[in-house]
Design a protein around this ligand. Structure first.
Ligand SMILES: *Cc1c(COP(=O)(O)O)cnc(C)c1O
Length: 402
């Protein structure tokens, strides 16, 4: 195995994003394959006993066991780090394995974490149920309010954890503002960037310390595999994340890593085109429904902040109907092209009713606090022809009297 031509680290960092997404981190075996090789192996064999001993002592580079290193997984990690502009990256089996690892690797009993009310349901579960069981105190705040972050800080606060835009309310949090407050108090910021991917938003450019991903979403982008990733400084990854990950084993399978490598080749194209479709569809939907939550439309209260942080609107937006669950389900059931599905980031357009699916577990009170009503629908806009998407919406909206 050797790096392909031009792959020394300084050069790859000069490449523009679309080039990094296709070529970054590529190693080639002696076969000279053009596409990245898939090393579906758990173990490695050695020429002699001295070699394996040197590798175990860290005196010689090389693979020893796939929970510690795997060539296909390593290519993906290097590529994601390049796209993110991060010093280092490690991948995990799912987005939730990534979030859990990013938090548990640095929090201990007696520490305190501040987190956002509007978030992916399982991310809220970590703060509401898992961390408190291990003696970590958690305060939940409204991420859009900078004074709330400041006010929640205690002497033992170690981590700020949030996502932007948030699922499914599309609340936008001020990355630079929150990072500055955290830095002033020696607090580590962890951002879940699954809604955007590095093609649309790179939180480290705004001072965020750790960026965690569900690579299941835009990075794979074709609804095939689950995957996760954590990006940070060499120091964070080597000193905090790696000891946790290598000993607890939430690793990404080499096969899934290979699928995500293929996904990254088209990430830039897909993210831009899906955003273009989401903007056009958002404008059409806005004229027909009482309320839309779309970061690129004038009606979004944080439109300017969203446009400062994101390169494009991304594939996801939500909207609210006055007729509650009955009208929302009626619209879903009336769709002929767009699928009823709770996944996002896929190249297919998918729509879901958060109150009865992704945020069902929160209970009515929890949903009300997050602003998720029975009339809310969330859509992931895919790569289909925009005119077909508009026609499907048009006929489904007409069926429910809109
Ligand atoms: C999907 C998602 C996750 C969880 O990722 P999995 O790959 O499903 O484990 C976390 N955060 C956000 C914002 C997500 O959309």
């Amino acid at each position: 195995m050797k790096r392909t031509t031009g792959q020394d680290r300084t050069q790859t960092r000069n490449w523009r994003p679309a080039t990094r997404a296709i070529r970054g981190g590529t190693w080639r075996s002696e076969m000279g394959e053009t596409s990245e090789a898939l090393f579906l192996t758990s173990g490695y064999a050695y020429d002699d006993a001295a070699t394996v001993a040197a590798r175990f002592m860290g005196e010689e580079e090389g693979m020893t066991y796939s929970r510690l290193q795997n060539p296909t997984v390593a290519m993906l990690e290097e590529r994601i780090a390049l796209l993110e502009g991060a010093e280092a990256c490690r991948t995990q089996a799912t987005g939730m394995a990534a979030m859990t690892a990013a938090l548990l690797c640095q929090l201990s009993a007696g520490d305190h974490m501040v987190t956002a009310r509007a978030a992916f349901g399982s991310c809220r579960w970590l703060g509401d149920h898992l961390l408190p069981r291990f003696g970590v105190e958690v305060t939940v705040i409204d991420a859009g309010d900078l004074t709330a972050w400041e006010a929640a800080i205690r002497p033992n606060t170690k981590v700020f954890f949030f996502e932007t835009p948030a699922n499914p309310t599309m609340d936008v949090a001020d990355l630079a503002g929150i990072a500055a407050i955290a830095k002033a108090h020696g607090i580590t910021t962890v951002v879940d960037n699954a809604f955007c991917s590095p093609a649309l938003q790179r939180p480290m450019e705004f001072g965020i310390d750790v960026v965690a991903y569900s690579a299941t979403k835009l990075m794979d982008g074709q609804g095939r595999v689950l995957a996760g990733a954590v990006c940070g400084s060499e120091e964070f990854i080597n000193d905090k994340l790696l000891p946790f990950q290598r000993n607890t084993g939430p690793n990404l399978s080499p096969f899934n890593a290979w699928v995500v490598l293929k996904g990254l080749e088209t990430l830039d194209l897909r993210a831009k085109k899906q955003s273009e479709n989401a903007l056009a569809l958002g404008k059409f939907v806005e004229a027909r429904v009482p309320k839309i939550l779309h970061p690129w439309l004038d009606s979004h209260p944080q439109q300017a902040l969203a446009m400062k942080q994101m390169d494009a609107c991304g594939p996801i937006f939500s909207f609210v109907l006055d007729g509650g669950r009955e009208q929302a389900w009626g619209l879903l059931d009336g769709l002929k092209l767009i699928d009823i599905s709770n996944n996002i980031g896929d190249s297919r357009s998918l729509m879901c009713h958060p109150a009865s699916t992704t945020h069902h577990n929160m209970g009515a009170e929890g949903r009300e606090a997050m602003g998720i009503g029975e009339g809310m629908l969330r859509i992931n806009v895919g790569l289909e022809d925009i005119d077909d998407l508009i026609e499907d919406f048009d006929q489904a909206l007409t069926k429910v009297g809109l």
